[in-house]
Design a protein around this ligand. Structure first.
Ligand SMILES: *Cc1c(COP(=O)(O)O)cnc(C)c1O
Length: 364
């Protein structure tokens, strides 16, 4: 059957290998498998969230509250914005989809970093838009500006901190870049890991309220999948001026967030102390990775996230190393499909990280 020709240029998104698959393919028992491949919070979510979700179990037969007022009110108060400056998505992924699809079309251009989140390109190509990429591995605002002038893209994606490299854009230089962009270009600031960056270095922290009070062409994205430990619940959000939100709402299917997910996200916001403890532990454990890499002569990309990317020396092939680790039940992310000879490792618990060092040691 012949489908839309735009599909011919799209490669399906490759998610981190699920534990279930490794069980089946390698016959390893699930308790012997460590997954450090999808930037999940190794400590899970707040115990209060678990309790709240259990107490809602009888509401599974009800359609969700499609106004999402409880979650919107909680998010609005966290960020000092109005609830009508929010849109909630099934993961922030869905908000990226709404935004790119609402703005880009066949013939328009979408500008992004050379190495960045794979879904941006997929959503752009779905509407026949052309993707333009910078050449530096890290976001370089001068390069972005030169390409903006040359191509006049309809959408610009800034991923800070960036997945899969972990680096973050200096907030001031990002703001002065956005100041120079015409108001008909939509700038998407993907802050999936912003909680980590804000903790580690305030000069990397982007404040969504400040962003939307200054600019009428920007949307900030956040998610409950990373620091809040709710990847399986699929809740993310976009923050922008009300007129942008109104347009994006036209892209939204009804009831896109489940009853249990709405409850989980709302209650997660009541336990910021849990998130903070996880972030403290994350950066404490990250130091062990940095130490390990240096002792092996491996470059360290300074990370503002819950993962670390280790570029490997030429003679070590990242796909092979990821494969060898997989056979032993250790799932990490090979970045060869991003054009990097590198592996990306989510910072796990102390014992998960011990296991990683033990297994990777003989391979390097
Ligand atoms: C994980 C991630 C997202 C979205 O995750 P959701 O689970 O869909 O909320 C968005 N952007 C980046 C850069 C990510 O790493």
């Amino acid at each position: 059957m012949k489908f839309n020709s735009v599909l011919e240029s799209i490669k399906s998104y490759e998610a981190g290998k699920p534990i279930e698959l490794v069980v089946r393919e390698y016959g390893i028992s699930p308790d012997q498998i460590v997954k450090l491949a999808s930037n999940e919070n190794p400590f899970g979510c707040s115990p209060r969230v678990k309790e709240a979700v259990c107490s809602m179990i009888d509401y599974m037969s009800h359609y969700p509250d499609d106004s999402m007022i409880k979650l919107k009110t909680a998010l609005a108060s966290k960020y000092g914005i109005d609830p009508n400056e929010l849109i909630i998505g099934s993961g922030s992924d869905q908000v990226i989809e709404f935004a790119i699809h609402a703005k880009a079309h066949g013939g328009s251009k979408v500008l992004m970093n050379s190495v960045t989140f794979a879904m941006y390109e997929i959503y752009a190509k779905q509407v026949g838009a052309q993707t333009i990429r910078t050449s530096s591995r890290e976001h370089n605002m001068e390069e972005f500006y030169a390409l903006y002038l040359e191509h006049k893209p309809s959408v610009i994606l800034l991923c800070t901190p960036n997945n899969p490299t972990g680096d973050a854009i200096d907030a001031e230089s990002m703001l002065s870049f956005i100041e120079k962009i015409d108001s008909d270009t939509l700038v998407i600031v993907d802050g999936a890991y912003m909680e980590y960056a804000r903790f580690k270095d305030p000069s990397k922290a982007v404040d969504p309220q400040d962003l939307i009070s200054r600019f009428d062409n920007v949307i900030f994205l956040g998610t409950f999948s990373k620091a809040y430990g709710l990847g399986g619940m699929r809740v993310g959000y976009g923050i922008a001026r009300h007129d942008i939100i109104q347009s994006l709402y036209k892209m939204r299917p009804p009831f896109n967030i489940t009853t249990l997910s709405l409850e989980a996200a709302s209650v997660a916001l009541e336990d910021e102390a849990f998130v903070e403890e996880c972030i403290v532990e994350n950066f404490k454990e990250m130091r062990r990775y940095e130490f390990f890499a240096r002792s092996k002569g491996i470059e360290v990309i300074e990370s503002y996230t819950n993962f670390i990317t280790l570029p490997l020396p030429e003679e070590k092939n990242s796909s092979k190393i990821a494969q060898e680790l997989l056979k032993k039940g250790m799932i990490v992310r090979d970045l060869s499909s991003y054009g990097l000879n590198a592996i990306r490792v989510t910072i796990g618990t102390e014992s998960q990280n011990d296991r990683f060092f033990e297994l990777v040691e003989p391979l390097l």
